[in-house]
Design a binder for this molecule. Structure first.
Ligand SMILES: Cc1cc2nc3c(=O)[nH]c(=O)nc-3n(C[C@H](O)[C@H](O)[C@H](O)COP(=O)(O)O)c2cc1C
Length: 343
């Protein structure tokens, strides 16, 4: 079945959910333009989520996607936390921050029964997950009210695992992609292939529609992915400069600068590998450092540093997620960008 029929959309374009960089406004704009707008919920509590969903319902009658992380929350490892804070202590001193100061960094709660309760009131056409799937019970619940379920695969094995568990479509996330690697069967970064290596292999392996993600930035990239068998595409980075995105000032400035073409996978900001623009912390401590606490705890100790540096206009301690191809970032409306991608 064509992706458009499956998801009820006019264009085979999915705006990637981007926690921390957008809310309902971007999703509404893309859905109203005929693509699939997405609301990322990884950083939202249930009240904020309900408010965002209400905003979407008020401003579009088109299908939209609601996205969740589905990791297992870790237990705090006091020893590792101490090693991590020691590693960060020179920066705390530089910024005059009390090292014991702890702001709750990124909350990043996984999908839960409480989130499902909120979702049930809205019954979105599409629900997507990152890092695998929640429990079979929760997946059944989401499907029971008619939502189509999507999840990211970064290897053929993950795609087969997702298909066996009944997902309606698979997002093949190539290594070029900005943000967190959706990887969930292996933590080995050498398993991560680029989009045009991963996509045809996933298309061959599974029967469900495959959505290509990672490094797609313009209409020719979209056409190339479709010609390799993708039923649709998911783009994140290209939407980051749209006025409807909530991309921070330091992130916007970095995206517009030359160094934006240099990205790397790093675990420093959250504890899990994610692709972002190389900045001071990544250069000095990483980009991958074993001392970083387990996902999502690494964000906590960094939070006060990040806040202070950002208020001084520096993105030295901020995750500035971006894919390897930032050439599609334009300061134009999300509707215009969506239309351009299919022209
Ligand atoms: C700023 C940013 C934030 C992201 N946050 C999420 C998220 O919350 N949930 C998710 O499933 N994927 C997230 N991703 C990954 C995207 O779903 C997608 O895989 C990626 O954007 C595709 O590659 P591209 O950025 O090169 O277009 C994020 C990507 C970026 C750039």
């Amino acid at each position: 079945m064509r992706l458009q029929e499956l998801l009820g959309i006019k264009l085979p374009i999915v705006q990637a959910p981007m926690a921390g960089s957008q809310g309902s406004e971007l999703a509404i704009a893309v859905s109203n333009a005929g693509g699939l707008g997405s609301l990322p919920c990884a950083l939202l509590g249930v009240d904020a989520m309900r408010a965002e969903l209400a905003a979407i319902r008020a401003r579009t009658d088109q299908p939209y996607n609601v996205n969740f992380f589905c990791h297992t929350p870790p237990t705090v490892d006091a020893k590792r936390e101490a090693v991590w804070r020691e590693l960060l202590s020179p920066y705390f001193r530089e910024y005059g921050i009390d090292a014991s100061e702890s702001a709750d960094g990124a909350l990043r709660a996984p999908f839960s029964a409480a989130a499902a309760d909120v979702l049930e009131d809205f019954r979105p056409k599409v629900v997507s997950f990152h890092f695998g799937l929640p429990s079979a019970d929760l997946v059944r619940r989401v499907k029971s009210w008619g939502s189509k379920v999507l999840s990211s695969a970064t290897t053929v094995e993950e795609a087969l695992w997702l298909e066996r568990r009944g997902v309606d479509a698979i997002i093949a996330q190539g290594a070029e992609a900005g943000g967190h690697r959706g990887m969930f069967l292996s933590a080995d970064l050498t398993t991560q292939a680029g989009t045009f290596a991963l996509l045809p292999q996933v298309v061959k392996a599974v029967g469900v529609p495959v959505i290509a993600a990672g490094g797609i930035a313009d209409a020719t990239g979209v056409a190339a992915a479709l010609s390799l068998g993708a039923a649709g595409v998911q783009l994140g980075t290209a939407y980051l400069l749209c006025p409807e995105a909530k991309t921070s000032a330091v992130h916007r400035a970095a995206l517009k600068s030359r160094p934006a073409s240099h990205t790397a996978l790093t675990n420093l900001f959250s504890g899990r590998p994610a692709r972002g623009i190389v900045n001071r912390l990544m250069t000095e401590l990483g980009p991958i450092n074993d001392a970083a606490p387990a996902f999502p705890l690494a964000a906590n100790a960094l939070a006060p540093l990040r806040k202070k540096a950002e208020s001084a206009g520096a993105g030295d301690f901020s995750p500035m997620w971006a894919g390897q191809n930032v050439s599609g970032c334009q300061e134009i409306s999300a509707a215009a960008l969506t239309r351009e991608l299919i022209s």
